[in-house]
Ligand binder design. Sequence first.
Ligand SMILES: C=C(O[C@H]1C=CC=C(C(=O)O)[C@@H]1O)C(=O)O
Length: 424
Amino acid sequence: MEYVSTATGTTTREVVTTPLGRRRSDLLTKLPAQGALAWVRDGEGLVGWGEAARLEVTGPGALDRAERWFAQWCADTRVDDPVGLPGSGPVLFGSVAFDPERGTSVFVVPAVVLGRRDGQTWVTTAGDHGDDDHEVTEFPAQAADASIGRLTYADGALDAVTWCGVVSEAVRRIGAGDLGKVVLARDVLVTADHPLDPRRLLLRLAARFPSCWTFAVEGLIGATPELLLRRTGDQVGSRVLAGTAARSSDPAADTALGAGLAGSAKDHAEHRYAIDSLAASLRPFCTDLDVPSRPAVLTLPNVRHLATDVRGTLAPDAPGLLGLLAAVHPTAAVGGTPRAAALDLIREIEGMDRGRYAGPVGWVDARGDGEFGLALRCAQLTGGAGGAEARLFAGCGIVGDSDPMAELAETQAKLAAVQAALQD
Ligand SMILES: C=C(O[C@H]1C=CC=C(C(=O)O)[C@@H]1O)C(=O)O
């Protein structure tokens, strides 16, 4: 497909997608260490680097502004895209602040994108970049096995005991009838002996969590099991998670933990809030929305979750993907119910700036197709270029019968996803 903008009549930029046939090499090994952008699941997806365009945005209407900005960028660009698949042609990577009105959301159109879908691989180049930007470097996959030495952990905003006190306060507020559910998170700080190469972390996360979406945008790196919204044409989908159980290395105990989750009234209540919030905010934009009545159990190496896959058909006048994200985020998987009361309580008692943790992260293309997950099970690399520091995050849904110690243990099980990928 090729189209030339007539919006300005002066097309100066060009985006060219070139098919590369059926290749099997690992997309993540092609990334440079600096400015790595990634959205990969089970060997397919997109990786990008370099910046043809960039937008940092904060304040009311941040996502709608980003949507208009990318639409204009595409309208002013000559596109040559013979591949014509979701993710080919111009692509915008985004990492949205948990609170887009107060935090900064980052959007990047990469200079180079390598994509793979249904076994087909392509490369897209954007803007007036020299050949150097298009050169594909190779991070040796074995380098992911290299040690980064000792890791030292420190408390983030709150120590564990204080955080349990915050959970108790939330339980009290829920008991008092102020709200039904709130998600509370904590952070821990980690310092390594050697620089934290994002590619090492990405490769290790992708290998351990092939069913999760391994992502990187602006130093926020993780493998999330939760898909907030996928749009393909007029089809929209979401994988809603809430309700968690730990795993055990003892098979009988592990089976019992899984059965306990499947039968847990507390976890089903937590899950229901998340499903209802997504369905209520998405339904007005859909001609039909299929919400299964009972969740499935999703098993990951470190935890199990209650999971529901929601599917719908968008109405012809539905907003674009970024506009839809603005409508549905935050669901009660990361915020709470009622939404406004939960966000107020988070601001009042959580004691931490979430930044882009628990915000939407993913990509959208010029057709409006794209995928955004929730930035969970992630680390924000904080040490700058060649840095060896990171901030890790985990949160839990709190309902009326939550036990603070059990919630602390749940954050530890969730943090273990990134910790295991960092460690030797
Ligand atoms: C907020 C997080 O998880 C959410 C997603 C799945 C299960 C959750 C839970 O059971 O509490 C949380 O809602 C996190 O991992 O930081």
